[in-house]
Write a protein that binds this ligand. Structure first.
Ligand code: 4NP
Length: 150
C-alpha cells in the first residue's frame, strides 16, 4: 500500500500525518510506503514547522528529517491512496487529476466532510490537530485498506 498525505504547505499537518501513519503501520508490521506533499510550493525543501516537530516528539515520533515538496500529477501514479486535510486541498488535488481512476484515490482524512484545521496561525491548535490526525490514522491501519478496496 502506498499512501500520500496532502495539505497546503507540507510543513504542519501532512508531515504529522506522514510520521504518525508510518509509526502506526510499522507497529503493526504493515509493509506500507507513506509520503506527504503540499499543494503549494512555498515550503519546498523546508523541514516541518517546529511546532509540528515538537508535538510529534512529545508523542514519541520524530518528523524532523522530513522535507517539504509539492504535489504533482505523477503522484497519482505513485500512490494508491491520497488523503487530504481540507476541502481546499481536495479541490487543488482534484484539479490535477487526469481521469476517474486518479479521482477515486483522493479522500478527506477525516470522516464526514470534516477538515483538519490549519494550525499555521494558532499555536494552540497543534495539540488537537495531532490528536485528530492520530485518531484518523488509527482508523486507517485498523481498516487495513488494500489496492483492491479502493
Ligand atoms: P500546512 O500549514 O498546510 O498544514 O502545512 C500551512 C503551512 C504554511 C502556510 C499555510 C499553511 N503558509 O501560508 O505558508
Amino acid at each position: 500500500m502506498k499512501i500520500l498525505m496532502v495539505c497546503l504547505g507540507n510543513i504542519c499537518r501532512s508531515p504529522l500525518a506522514e510520521g504518525i501513519l508510518r509509526h502506526l503501520s510499522r507497529e503493526r508490521q504493515l509493509d506500507w510506503e507513506i509520503d506527504s506533499a503540499g499543494t503549494g510550493n512555498w515550503h519546498v525543501g523546508d523541514p516541518p514547522d517546529p511546532r509540528s516537530v515538537r508535538v510529534a516528539r512529545e508523542n514519541g515520533i520524530d518528523i524532523s528529517g522530513l522535507r517539504g515538496r509539492q504535489f504533482g500529477t505523477e503522484d497519482f501514479d505513485r500512490f494508491d491512496r491520497i488523503f487530504v486535510m481540507d476541502l481546499d486541498n481536495y479541490r487543488d488535488v482534484l484539479r490535477k487529476a487526469r481521469n476517474d481512476h486518479d479521482r477515486e484515490k483522493v479522500q478527506l482524512l477525516l470522516d464526514g466532510q470534516q477538515a483538519v484545521p490549519d494550525p499555521w496561525y494558532d499555536d494552540a491548535l497543534f495539540a488537537p490537530v495531532y490528536r485528530l490526525i492520530y485518531d484518523a490514522c488509527e482508523k486507517i491501519v485498523q481498516a487495513k485498506p488494500s489496492k483492491d478496496t479502493l
